[in-house]
Design a binder for this molecule. Structure first.
Ligand SMILES: Cc1ncc(COP(=O)(O)O)c(C=O)c1O
Length: 356
């Protein structure tokens, strides 16, 4: 960490906090934000001073590159408060590294660890009261970077804004979901930007997902370019349990290298589960559903941690998954272990948790 950068942080505090009017019991994910945000501008080939200031609108020239060419990336991570009121980040180095990989892929400047992780810690310290104790409570963290230079010229911007927003979150049980396997639309391509957390990946998903929802499904399981392999579900990585083996696809240009996914792989192995990281064929999953060996499918991501599926559609057929008892569900065991580890309720043998 470069202490100079942190010592030069410019802090402007709100005069009135919104916290008293915030309903911590009824939290809608990602809808409301804390009092302050962190910003940092990139100009003339370098990042400037960090600033923490009241959460407020950003003013940009209407011709700013982000509006026209979508040069924009983001991250999603969480912080947790333990029983001693210490606040912990979960594997922030993974998000920091992934942010810079996304930046490189989108021809944006990388950012240093002091500004990203050091700046984030300073912001969280100021918003300490917004992080609530107790399993299920967390603080969702949204770092992002946008191209701010004006001019409708289809070339990379020379000016950028890095910003971090914080939003209190609560885990909620939304029930098992129904998914549809993509057999026409794709979210990513070989050599494309699927592995980057680029804003455009998400807008490209909205229309196919809307069609799937109109057909009665919650989200889409994305397939590879030939629609022969299962890759991600909605905005999550995806796991399949056939008999007692967990399968998940290896990461590639098309798949986001999810922090939850990589943590679950390690955790599952630690718990003694058999885990195979290999391409997952649609036809094998259909076959396993038909012969009864397919026990569970679940999505994995920071927001929901694990989302269980109740069944999936492929072309004109719908396949219902068996009802696995809660205490026999790999999805629930893993969710339980991971959330307890993140909340410091059990030991963290992997050193994944980092104190703010
Ligand atoms: C496309 C996509 N896949 C997978 C994930 C899961 O990644 P992580 O576990 O790092 O949240 C995300 C983000 O939540 C995502 O946007």
């Amino acid at each position: 960490m470069d202490l100079n950068i942190l010592n030069n942080l410019k802090l402007t505090k709100v005069t009135d906090s919104k916290i008293d009017s915030f309903d911590f019991e009824n939290v809608k994910f990602g809808a409301k934000f804390t009092d302050h945000m962190l910003t940092c501008e990139y100009k003339n080939g370098e990042w400037g001073a960090l600033e923490i200031k009241p959460y407020e609108p950003i003013t940009l020239d209407p011709s700013a590159r982000v509006f026209h060419y979508g040069q924009a990336i983001f991250e999603g991570m969480k912080a947790y408060k333990d029983e001693n009121s210490d606040i912990w980040l979960f594997r922030p180095d993974e998000n920091f590294n992934r942010f810079n990989k996304s930046a490189t892929r989108l021809a944006m400047p990388t950012i240093d660890e002091t500004r990203f992780i050091g700046g984030l810690k300073e912001l969280i310290k100021i918003e300490n009261q917004w992080v609530k104790k107790g399993l299920g409570n967390s603080l969702y963290i949204r770092p992002f970077m946008i191209a701010t230079e004006s001019g409708v010229i289809a070339s990379p911007s020379n000016e950028f804004l890095f910003c971090i927003l914080l939003s209190p979150a609560k885990s909620y049980y939304s029930g098992k979901i129904k998914v549809q396997i993509a057999d026409y639309f794709s979210r990513a391509a070989n050599g494309g930007i699927g592995a980057a957390k680029a804003a455009g990946n998400y807008s490209a998903q909205f229309y196919p997902t809307k069609l799937a929802q109109e057909a009665g499904y919650n989200q889409i399981i994305w397939t590879d370019s030939n629609h022969t392999h299962l890759e991600e579900s909605g905005t999550m990585n995806v796991f399949f349990r056939i008999n007692d083996t967990l399968y998940t696809a290896p990461t590639s240009d098309r798949i986001l290298d999810g922090v939850t996914r990589k943590s679950l792989i390690v955790l599952a192995q630690h718990l003694g589960y058999d885990v195979k990281i290999e391409p997952v064929k649609v036809e094998n999953i259909i076959e396993a559903a038909k012969n009864g060996s397919l026990k569970e499918i679940f999505g994995a991501g920071t927001a929901a941690v694990i989302n269980q599926m109740e069944g999936f559609a492929y072309k004109d057929d719908y396949y219902e998954l068996p009802n696995v008892a809660d205490d026999e569900s790999y999805a629930l065991q893993l969710k339980n272990e991971l959330t307890k580890l993140q909340n410091k309720l059990i030991a963290d043998p992997f050193n994944w948790t980092v104190k703010v």
